[in-house]
Design a protein around this ligand. Structure first.
Ligand SMILES: Cc1cc2nc3c(=O)[nH]c(=O)nc-3n(C[C@H](O)[C@H](O)[C@H](O)COP(=O)(O)O)c2cc1C
Length: 381
């Protein structure tokens, strides 16, 4: 199948990846209500078609923290991408750079900050608040030394939400023996993945936390170390600790509530990502797109507002911009494309999103993404 849409990359990834990795990417927490809402609420928004305007010149570019983005879209941090394709994070970083958009590296990536930076692309770096503050400090220093321009501080995971699919697929809760047998079986039944990732994509460790995890060698050992290290005592005051080490822009990821957004302004953040972690944390919360307008009003232009969750096309990007986002990020869309065929597929997927966004701009009469506003939406629906 030649992929034309994000749904097609999803299908290709489903065929190629061992089920436990596909389900890990595809799933959400609990009954997946929020996961569905993220997509459905974007779909329900109607664009306002306008015709007979000279739309010869379109400007899709935006400036974010002094960095020029070729379009208002970036790659959200996605854990363990190196298990979806060989050294997956380096492939994603190259794809993003090729297209001219930012790639944000997850704390729990297979490739370390240094391995990704060695591609010549310094990624944005995502960090969780870890109990081991010494290790956090070391990670921040490594990110700084690697030239990462932006820190994305994820705050909606003080503890991991329950993901039923991961239990059923054997991804979580496996013993060393059942985990090894499961991986071996899934490898045998997915030969393309086995050759690409299992045989040629080693080491299968989490590069950024490797030195802290002494007790194991499998990816799950690293995930359980991280699981034990999430810090639920974290408050806005802890941002001072981050500031001591990080002098660049800080983006708080995982804000849904306008009051939290105001706190982020007071705490001195430079940006926020309106996000519910792609419906992977507290199931039942509102969709990111429905939370966006009130958050934008609350911060009153004091910081950059980004949004992720449910974005599956360039049309979705324009809808989010119309409701006040500076740019959108995608998680699953790029993870599916990576699983479907690595860097070339991510580039192709981003190219599709770009042309969808262009079409939407032409047919709503919007010549510059910087000028997108509520007038692009059909409020009668
Ligand atoms: C497989 C997977 C792994 C993720 N890992 C992380 C992570 O390590 N850190 C983080 O801040 N967010 C993580 N997220 C959340 C994404 O950054 C993003 O918020 C979410 O995927 C956006 O929703 P979308 O997938 O509908 O685009 C992950 C999401 C997925 C699908």
């Amino acid at each position: 199948m030649k992929p034309a849409s994000v749904a097609d990359y999803r299908e290709l990834a489903r065929r190629r990846l061992p089920p436990m990795f596909f389900e890990y990417i595809d799933g959400g927490s609990y009954a997946e209500v929020t996961l569905r809402r993220n997509v459905a609420d974007l779909e329900a928004i109607a664009l306002r078609q306008r015709v007979m305007r000279d739309m010869t010149n379109l400007d899709l570019s935006v400036d974010v923290f002094g960095q020029k983005m070729s379009m208002p879209l970036g790659l959200s941090p996605v854990g363990m991408a190196g298990m979806y394709a060989r050294r997956g994070e380096t492939q994603a970083a190259r794809a993003a750079a090729e297209v001219g958009v930012p790639f944000c590296l997850s704390t729990v990536s297979v490739c370390s900050i240094e391995e990704v930076a060695a591609t010549g692309v310094a990624p944005w770096f995502q960090l969780y608040m870890l109990k081991d503050r010494g290790y956090m400090r070391a990670l921040l220093e490594r990110a700084k030394a690697a030239g990462c321009p932006v820190l994305v501080f994820t705050v909606d995971l003080p503890l991991p939400g329950a993901r039923y699919r991961d239990v059923r697929s054997g991804f979580t809760g496996a013993t060393a023996l059942s985990g090894a047998l499961n991986t071996a079986w899934q490898g045998v039944t997915h030969p393309e993945w086995s050759w690409d990732v299992y045989m040629n994509g080693k080491p299968h460790t989490l590069g950024n936390v490797q030195s802290a995890v002494t007790e194991g060698r499998r990816v799950n050992d690293f995930l359980s170390w991280i699981g034990r290290n999430f810090d639920r005592s974290v408050t806005w005051a802890d941002l001072d600790f981050v500031r001591q080490v990080w002098d660049g822009p800080i983006v708080i990821k995982g804000v849904l509530d306008p009051e939290d957004a105001k706190d982020a302004v007071r705490a001195g953040a430079q940006g926020i990502v309106v996000s519910n972690h792609g419906g992977r944390q507290l199931d039942g919360v509102r969709s990111s797109i429905s939370a966006l307008p009130a958050v934008v009003d609350a911060v009153g232009g004091e910081l950059e507002v980004f949004m992720d969750g449910g974005v599956r096309s360039g049309l979705d990007v324009l809808k989010a911009l119309s409701l006040g986002a500076k740019a959108c990020f995608v998680g699953r869309a790029w993870a599916y494309a990576l699983g479907a065929g690595g860097q070339p597929m991510i580039e192709k997927m981003l190219g599709t999103m770009r042309s969808e966004l262009s079409t939407a701009m032409v047919l709503t009469g919007c010549s510059s993404v910087e000028r997108a506003d509520k007038l692009l939406l059909d409020v009668a629906t």
